[in-house]
Design a protein around this ligand. Structure first.
Ligand SMILES: *Cc1c(COP(=O)(O)O)cnc(C)c1O
Length: 226
């Protein structure tokens, strides 16, 4: 069996797990958006997942998304694209043009670039601020203790509307405390959306309030090593 013929079934399985996690947490299934993370997979692998009904997709690189998505979105109306990876300020223009949501807002220079492009293009992608909950030096994101000030600055200095927070817990730690911390920062700043949970832990994230789960390998299979 090829990866693509598996993926429709895998998608159905992930949707079932989301429904079950919602039931356990006494939440409406419609309160959780599944972002199918298609990074490294080509249009041929993505088509069957679209055919199976999935409409929200995530990519981590602007350049890669630009090469494969414009054709797919022209062919299949109603697709929403989310940028889940780090964004360089000099790619803000392309990102605002291509994506419906950006999950990696994490520094003033990027806020400034996004603010300019949003005004110029009259497009308003949904924005998430990334929190580096594990304070990992190699990882992007705002430190938890800086989050309140940064969120205030996004609004007051750059006029940006931030809809929610995103986090990627450290690989070698239990994710729940990181999800809880992110949810707490969101609550105290009046933010409703929480982008958290990947293939290994999206049901945990849903229990802790995730509104957006980013699931790649559980749908598309193991990614080829780059
Ligand atoms: C790749 C990636 C995912 C998906 O990871 P899986 O473990 O394959 O589900 C989610 N979030 C981000 C930010 C990613 O880069």
């Amino acid at each position: 069996m090829t990866a693509s013929s598996d993926s429709a079934g895998a998608l159905a399985g992930v949707n079932q797990e989301i429904a079950r996690a919602c039931r356990d947490a006494k939440r409406e299934p419609s309160s959780v958006t599944l972002i199918a993370v298609s990074k490294t997979f080509d249009a041929g692998a993505i088509e069957p997942v679209i055919a199976a009904g999935q409409r929200v997709f995530g990519e981590n690189r602007v350049q890669e998304a630009k090469t494969k998505w414009p054709l797919l979105t022209a062919k299949h109306p109603g697709i929403a694209l989310h940028l889940i990876g780090p964004l360089q300020s000099n790619k803000a223009k392309e990102a605002v043009a291509l994506f419906d949501a950006i999950h990696s807002v994490d520094r003033p220079s990027l806020c400034e670039a996004l603010s300019k492009e949003i005004a110029r293009q009259i497009r308003k992608p949904q924005l998430f601020v990334e929190i580096n909950t594990g304070a990992e030096p190699q990882k992007a994101g705002v430190l938890p203790q800086d989050a309140n000030d940064f969120l205030k600055r996004c609004h007051e200095a750059y006029g940006l509307t931030i809809s929610g927070l995103m986090c990627i817990p450290p690989l070698d730690e239990a994710p729940a405390p990181h999800f809880a911390l992110t949810a707490k920062i969101a609550e105290r700043n009046g933010l409703k959306l929480l982008s958290m949970g990947m293939s290994a832990d999206f049901t945990v994230a849903i229990a802790m309030g995730a509104t957006h789960v980013r699931v790649g390998s559980a749908i598309f299979g193991t990614r080829p090593k780059i």
